[in-house]
Design a protein around this ligand. Structure first.
Ligand code: TEU
Ligand code: CA
Length: 539
């Protein structure tokens, strides 16, 4: 038998935007607890919580000031323990976000390090002397500007790959590594189900050599972490690795390597971008390329390693806006995306709101934006001469706040997210797109997800079967899964045009899941409606 996470479906929660229970406009742990019945109904196996630790929120919790405390706005440690327990009672595990490439500059370690260069904490971070009176290297921060911040007091710079309030930890220091493993074990002892590891491919950085991701000691560190924390557990671990190729992904996820269960790779979500240009500059998505990339990952990790499957997360545009149609075919294309992704081999991730087809927004004023990345980009490009309209269009297309607006629970004020004004405005379409409406409509996107999740759990052909691409037409994605004489055929139209496809080998079949209707179809002369998706059990 495989590992539990090989037939699991993981639901990602952005706690700040999930559900507010105490009327401060900010989602909280009690809110997550109050929605466990909903999540159980959906059928997910685990919840990945974006960071819930103590944080000054320069980057919404990805800047941690205390790894062993809960963010005050989110609640208490007792509530965290209750969440773990009550989720477990429903067969749901809690996966914690592990952010250990950097801390907050308000973490006690950094405060000591900065205040006293002789302190043992100084070497927890990366400090360098100026070079010819300037930054030690040319390295840039992901959020804009230099990756080096000058510290007046000591006359040295510290290194930060994200905001200046997110100083990078020095993984070269064995004491830092030990602190991290101890902290992880503190959480393991609380009964969590795993870790999602933030930008884990950056921890082996060597700033003087301009090496940020995939540093020379990265895998050594992960093996050490495995030994110190993971070895005797059944935890699921998923690394966030923007720099992974299939060969690199195998290094992490081959069980023989004793590192991680799987990684997130980001090739498919960058197909609408230009190589070597910032993400804000986009081109139309090529379905041909999308099929190529997905097939490459399915095939390359078929025997060694394991894939994670996702269309979106808290850093990315909404799935239906990026890969489907968020206008008249919103419902059909959202279901199509669910069918295509959830019948692949790997562990699927659902980002909150995806299961009801939540969409991107049209931002019309930079004041509507909270995200540090978008705000910094706006200032930087404004100074380069881009217009307000151009920049807001880019942010509406690729900005992280598209994913971060409050979860749409019902059609009442603030979408049932909060009784108070939410920290980030609710999307204007909440009166039609919300959980209450989805649950009341047996044909909703929600029930397509529910069905797909249940199907994966009970069919090994989906969790561990082989994958092969069927050659059809440019805008049609068709593949076959097979395992011990069983086969599942998936056919999806990624366009708003009718597509004719002929698969004479199969003839008349009845789909077990579809996004229009389940009537029998002649595969020898198939006419696919806009964004139509069909899955058949072939015997
Ligand atoms: O994201 C890593 C990262 O590189 C992102 O900044 C990503 O490149 C960007 O959002 C895409 O435009 C992780 C977290 O998922 C993100 O939320 C954090 O801001 C970041 O790390 C720093 O911890
Ligand atoms: Ca709250």
């Amino acid at each position: 038998m495989g590992k539990w996470w090989q037939s699991a479906v993981i639901y990602q929660i952005y706690p700040r935007s999930f559900k507010d229970t105490n009327g401060d406009g900010i989602g909280d742990l009690a809110g997550i607890i109050s929605k466990l019945d909903y999540l159980e109904k959906l059928g997910v196996t685990a919840l990945w919580l974006c960071p819930v630790y103590r944080s000054p929120n320069d980057d919404n919790g990805y800047d941690i000031s205390d790894y062993r405390q809960i963010m005050q706005e989110f609640g208490t440690m007792a509530e965290m323990e209750a969440l773990i327990k009550q989720a477990k009672q429903r067969g749901i595990k809690i996966v914690m976000d592990l952010v250990v490439n950097h801390t907050s500059d308000e973490h006690q370690w950094f405060i000591e390090a900065k205040n006293d260069p002789k302190s043992k904490y100084r070497d927890y971070y990366i400090w360098r002397d100026p070079k010819a009176g300037k930054e030690p290297t040319e390295l840039k921060s992901v959020f804009g500007g230099s990756a080096w911040e000058y510290d007046e007091q000591s006359g040295q710079y510290y290194f930060h790959q994200f905001s200046r309030k997110q100083p990078d930890l020095n993984w070269e220091n064995p004491v830092v590594r030990k602190e991290v493993y101890e902290m992880m074990n503190f959480w393991v002892a609380k009964g969590i189900g795993g870790f999602r590891m933030d930008v884990i491919d950056l921890i082996g950085k060597v700033p003087e050599k301009n090496i940020t991701s995939n540093g020379p000691k990265l895998h050594e560190y992960l093996k050490e972490m495995h030994q110190n924390v993971l070895a005797e557990t059944k935890l699921v671990t998923v690394g966030e690795t923007w720099g992974a190729t299939p060969d690199i992904a195998k290094l992490y996820s081959d069980p023989k390597q004793k590192e991680l269960s799987m990684v997130f790779q980001f090739e498919h979500v960058q197909l609408d971008q230009f190589p070597n240009r910032p993400k804000w500059f986009t081109r139309p998505l090529s379905v041909v390329k999308l099929k190529e990339v997905i097939t490459k990952w399915q095939v390359e990790l078929a025997d060694v390693g394991w894939n994670s499957l996702f269309w979106n997360n808290h850093d990315l545009p909404r799935a239906v806006s990026a890969f489907g149609d968020d206008g008249i075919y919103r419902v059909q294309s959202a279901k199509m995306l669910a069918i295509v992704l959830h019948l692949l081999r790997g562990t699927p991730y659902i980002y909150q709101g995806e299961e009801i087809g939540m969409t991107n927004l049209k931002f019309t004023d930079i004041a509507q934006i909270d995200d540090i990345e978008s705000k910094n980009m706006y200032q930087e490009y404004k100074a380069k001469g881009y217009s307000n309209e151009e920049l807001l269009q880019m942010i509406s297309h690729k900005g992280r706040d598209n994913a971060r607006t409050p979860m749409q629970w019902d059609a009442t004020k603030n979408a049932g997210f909060s009784s108070a004004k939410p920290w980030l405005a609710v999307a204007p379409n909440y009166q039609t797109i919300n959980v209450k409406a989805a649950l009341a409509d047996k044909d909703s996107i929600f029930y397509t997800y529910q069905k797909l999740i249940a199907y994966r759990k009970s069919h090994e052909v989906i969790s561990i079967g082989d994958y092969s691409l069927l050659e059809t037409k440019a805008e049609v994605f068709a593949y076959v899964r097979s395992y011990e004489g069983q086969s599942v055929l998936v056919i999806a139209n990624f366009s708003k045009n009718v597509q004719k496809v002929a698969l004479p080998k199969y003839q008349i079949q009845t789909p077990f899941i579809a996004n229009y209707d389940n009537s029998p179809r002649d595969l020898a002369q198939l006419e696919l409606r806009p964004y139509e998706a069909l899955a058949f059990e072939i015997t």
